[in-house]
Design a protein around this ligand. Structure first.
Ligand code: CP
Length: 315
């Protein structure tokens, strides 16, 4: 694997999950693999988990880590070709990506969707231009349309907690006051499509995700019905895809409550975090023994570590 931009870059999801679980038992077993190598983590947006877990993963492999909050500390980047750069953009991605490639051996990038320009977001302007001009591997730490490190951590978590070969996994939309991107939901769906599971997506009408991603995944508009016999409830808000980036519904009845969890098969509650308490999910659910959000966040380290290990071994 040269780059990790999507969960579909993995040769085998199941094999990678197994390798990550093994690595988790002994995280320092490859502590010399990255000796003398440097990873640069570029953040165009805020983060807690991604920043710390990717840094820890790289350090577990013996790598040096440089973190840059590019959005607030870097020069404003130009991504278009042939532009007359006489406005606020100071540096072209062509130079920036090549310069970073001199200092580092891997570059990992976080650059969220604008949610104002669907075409530009779907073109993954930041990620794809870094991939185009950098001469080193590129890792996606959440782009406009995907969050594959999160999806791999989710897959590891489901593997650890499942009690049957083919669990029922429900991805549920929940209300949120702000417009949020589709990246986490997209990558979770792509990951579930590679799994042997009874997978159901539930959301209000008008919150359909990109059909090129949902493909033939089952969609159930009745949340209560979707929850019946579920083994895992994975919750995430996203803004409208059709009315791109708009909040078209904040129906509080979609919040995850104890009552709703009673319809499930004693399901585990999952969320990528950060989560708004008593908006997305009731305290009683988030604080219950069935909530596995902290272990899910813990698995971000091993998701990142297995990906960095594969890249180091292959480049
Ligand atoms: N889940 C996740 O990516 O968390 P951060 O945004 O805090 O990195």
């Amino acid at each position: 694997m040269k780059h990790y931009l999507s969960i579909n870059n993995l040769d085998s999801l199941q094999k990678t999950i197994e390798e990550a679980i093994k690595l988790k038992k002994s995280p320092l077993q490859f502590k010399f693999l990255g000796e003398g190598k440097t990873i640069c983590l570029l953040f165009f947006n805020n983060s807690l988990r991604t920043r710390l877990s990717t840094q820890k993963a790289a350090q577990n492999l013996g790598m040096n880590v440089i973190v840059m909050n590019f959005g607030s500390e870097g020069w404003a980047l130009e991504f278009e070709d042939g532009t007359v750069m006489n406005q606020e953009k100071s540096e072209h991605v062509k130079e920036a990506a090549q310069v970073i490639s001199q200092y580092c051996d891997i570059v990992a990038i976080r650059a969220f969707a604008s949610l104002t320009d669907k075409e530009k977001d779907e073109a993954e302007i930041v990620l794809h231009n870094f991939k185009k001009y950098a001469t080193i591997p590129v890792v996606n730490m959440e782009s406009a349309i995907g969050h594959p490190l999160q999806a791999l951590a989710d897959a590891i978590t489901i593997e650890e907690y499942k009690t049957k070969e083919k669990p029922k996994v429900v991805l549920s939309w929940a209300p949120h006051p702000k417009a949020l991107p589709h990246a986490v939901a997209n990558s979770f769906i792509e990951m579930m499509q590679l799994q042997d599971a009874d997978f159901v997506i539930t959301h209000p009408k008008d919150y359909e995700l990109n059909p090129e991603i949902t493909k033939n995944s089952k969609i159930e508009y009745n949340q209560d019905k979707a929850f019946e016999n579920a083994d895992f409830i994975y919750v995430k808000n996203w803004s409208s895809y059709k009315e791109y980036g708009k909040v078209v519904n904040t129906d509080a009845s979609w919040m995850i409550t104890e009552e709703k969890m009673k319809k499930t098969n004693n399901a585990k509650f999952m969320h990528c975090l950060p989560v708004r308490r008593n908006v997305i999910v009731e305290d009683a659910v988030l604080d219950s023994n069935n909530s596995i959000v902290i272990e899910e966040a813990n698995n971000r380290t091993y998701s990142a570590q297995i990906i960095l290990k594969k890249i180091l071994e292959n480049n």
